[in-house]
Design a protein around this ligand. Structure first.
Ligand code: NAP
Length: 339
């Protein structure tokens, strides 16, 4: 029996998760919920995905001549899991609705951590999320940080982590967001919220992150300084990073920017030019005794998609082994091997 999945909020994350669910051999996309009958719903209609809406929006869809399958409540009566990908802070208004419908829910990183029993990352705490009702997939930047810190922790005991996160100002579709011409300290006083979020997933760590918002839409860029308890060499660091099945390593002579990474992803047939992996510049890896520095890109619109898919399996408990779920997700999304 396939896991029946619904998606509430068909925006940047929701449409990608819906597409990824359709690629899974053990999942069925029952439908997606769109509140406004605007351009974003058209791709669902064209792909034949059943569209649901909120009770109060039914008339708006009828007026635009867009067929709907039913309301959110009707969708909830048909699914095992709902992926809530409504805007940050909106998800919490649905928690009681999901609870009443006895449906498991995956929330996104824009919600506060107390919305869920587990702040999730596939590599770190999949088993903790098994059969839970509410799980939160942490934000794009936190997912990127957690993957790298987890890989590095396999190389030895980490004493401390210091990071600078250059955040994209907006997603490409967001016409009312910026900055257009500024770098914004986010916030000036550290830590940025990512520090707290990493600890929600990984437990106590000596970590401090700064963040700055930049006028770009393509990806975030992180610089990390990690200090180990014991001296390290470059080969072992590279080995442990490459072992992570959602990290790709690129050459700085070939690819010098986030735009080249995204453009290559498009050229290689990735839908929307999506990059699910952390993209680490091999040349940026600097190792000096116990210190390691490196730089990597995080495609904000895509990196959390595989984690959402694994979280769906975890809450249903159909696959208990994280590596088994990760493997299926990676294979179906074509993760690694494209670059
Ligand atoms: N974008 C990113 O880079 C990114 C990365 C990682 C995590 N996240 C997190 O993922 C979540 C979703 O972000 P997003 O960027 O995908 O947002 P988005 O593009 O704005 O999409 C949100 C969707 O929710 C719908 N919606 C708005 N209010 C709603 C309501 N009251 N009930 C039901 N649906 C509603 C919107 O549809 P209407 O237009 O019809 O209202 C839209 O389809 C947030 O928690 C965010 O923090 C985002």
């Amino acid at each position: 029996m396939k896991i029946k999945v619904g998606v509430n909020g068909y925006g940047t994350i929701g449409k990608r998760v819906a597409w990824a669910v359709m690629k899974q051999p053990d999942m069925e996309l029952v439908g997606v919920v769109k509140r406004k009958p605007n351009w974003e719903v058209l791709s669902a209609v064209k792909k034949g995905i059943p569209v649901y809406t909120l009770e109060e929006s039914v008339r708006d869809f009828e007026r635009r001549g867009i067929d709907i399958e039913g309301t959110l409540d009707e969708l909830l009566s048909k699914v095992d899991v709902i992926v809530d990908s409504t805007p940050g802070g909106v998800g919490k208004t649905y928690k009681e609705v999901y609870r009443k419908a006895e449906v498991k829910a995956i929330f996104q990183g824009g919600e506060k951590s107390d919305i869920a029993e587990v702040s999730f990352n596939s590599f770190v705490n999949y088993r903790e999320a098994l059969r839970k009702q509410f799980v939160r997939v942490v934000s794009c930047n936190t997912t990127g940080l957690v993957r790298i810190i987890h890989s590095l922790s396999e190389a030895g005991t980490i004493r401390k982590i210091r990071g600078v996160i250059v955040r994209r100002g907006a997603d490409p579709k967001e016409i009312k967001k910026g900055p257009i011409d500024a770098l914004i300290l986010n916030p000036a006083k550290p830590p940025s919220h990512h520090t707290i979020d990493v600890k929600k997933v990984m437990g106590e760590l000596d970590i401090i992150t700064y963040a700055v918002v930049a006028p770009t839409t393509l990806a975030h860029l992180h610089y990390l300084l990690v200090e180990f308890k014991e001296p390290k060499n470059r080969e072992e660091i590279l080995k442990h990073i490459s072992n992570n099945s959602r990290v790709v390593i690129v050459n700085g002579d070939l690819l010098k920017s986030t735009v080249e990474v995204r453009e290559l992803a498009k050229d290689m047939g990735r839908p929307n030019g999506d990059v699910y992996e952390n993209v680490i510049w091999e040349d940026s890896i600097w190792v000096n005794n116990k210190e390691v520095m490196l730089a990597y890109a995080v495609h904000q619109e895509a990196i959390v998609v595989p984690e959402n898919i694994d979280a769906i399996r975890a809450v249903t408990g159909v696959i208990e082994d994280p590596q088994e779920s990760i493997k299926i997700t990676n294979n179906t999304l074509g993760i690694k091997g494209w670059i």
